[in-house]
Design a binder for this molecule. Structure first.
Ligand code: URA
Length: 239
């Protein structure tokens, strides 16, 4: 049994506070009955309607952390029939990926059916830290690293504060390896940031999101997040 406002928020319909507002405005029904009592307890089999809309995503919440291999799409279904990140996880729940990693990008991705956590993790105001390691073509300079940190223009907008450091400069193969830490999640953000300073990305891996890392997970492996980890994620604001 969970509190009604929590279940509404978990479905991703709106925030917990907004759900409380809707309950007090008599906009929420459970099994056809109008509910105004705050904290009313429901279970995952109850039929909940909010502002006349049935909530169809109130199953028990699950959370997975996957080490995504290269050559896998980050969607629930691919129209070209390619393997998706969801195909790699054995579950009967309707999970989906939080955010996106490109087909050729590897590394950490969270999958869940918790709409509230998804909204929380992808909203830029929550400043969730993501660490990437990129192998790029060419020999990057310290000045160019500074440019990445100060923000570069991608899609007509300046990127937010970032941290970057050179991990390797390889003159023989004419390539560099850079760690880039960002708090946003624009489409192809890392590749576009390097493009903005004249470099193309040869390989890209996401090493971590907030305090979650790939420790103990080989490529293609996954594990469930603990209740403690999920709670900690909600508390995560790197302001
Ligand atoms: N930035 C990119 O360019 N690609 C990814 O897959 C993730 C971040």
């Amino acid at each position: 049994m969970e509190r009604l406002q929590k279940v509404i928020a978990l479905s991703g319909y709106c925030s917990r506070r907004k759900a409380e507002e809707l309950i007090s405005k008599k906009q929420v029904k459970v099994n056809g009955e109008l509910i105004t009592q705050m904290g009313y307890k429901v279970n995952f089999n109850d039929f909940i309607e909010v502002e006349g809309n049935p909530l169809n995503n109130i199953e028990e919440k699950v959370y997975y952390l996957l080490n995504k291999p290269r050559g896998i799409v980050t969607t629930t279904k691919d129209e070209k029939g390619r393997k998706t990140v969801v195909d790699l996880i054995k579950t009967d729940k309707r999970i989906y990926p939080v955010g996106r990693l490109d087909y050729d990008t590897t590394g950490l991705i969270i999958l869940t059916n918790d709409g509230e956590l998804t909204n929380y993790l992808i909203h830029p105001k929550n400043n969730i830290e993501k660490v990437y390691v990129a192998k790029i073509k060419g020999l990057i300079t310290k000045d160019e690293i500074k440019k990445l940190c100060n923000g570069v223009i991608i899609d007509g907008k300046k990127t937010g504060r970032a941290k970057a450091k050179i991990l390797k400069i390889d003159k023989k193969t004419n390539s560099s390896v850079v760690e880039l830490i960002i708090h946003e999640g624009k489409n192809h953000q890392v590749k576009k940031m390097f493009e903005a300073i004249g470099y193309s990305v040869l390989k890209l891996k996401r090493e971590s999101i907030a305090f979650l890392t790939l420790d103990g997970l080989k490529s293609g492996e996954y594990r469930q997040l603990s209740v403690k980890e999920v709670k900690k994620l909600y508390g995560e604001k790197n302001n």
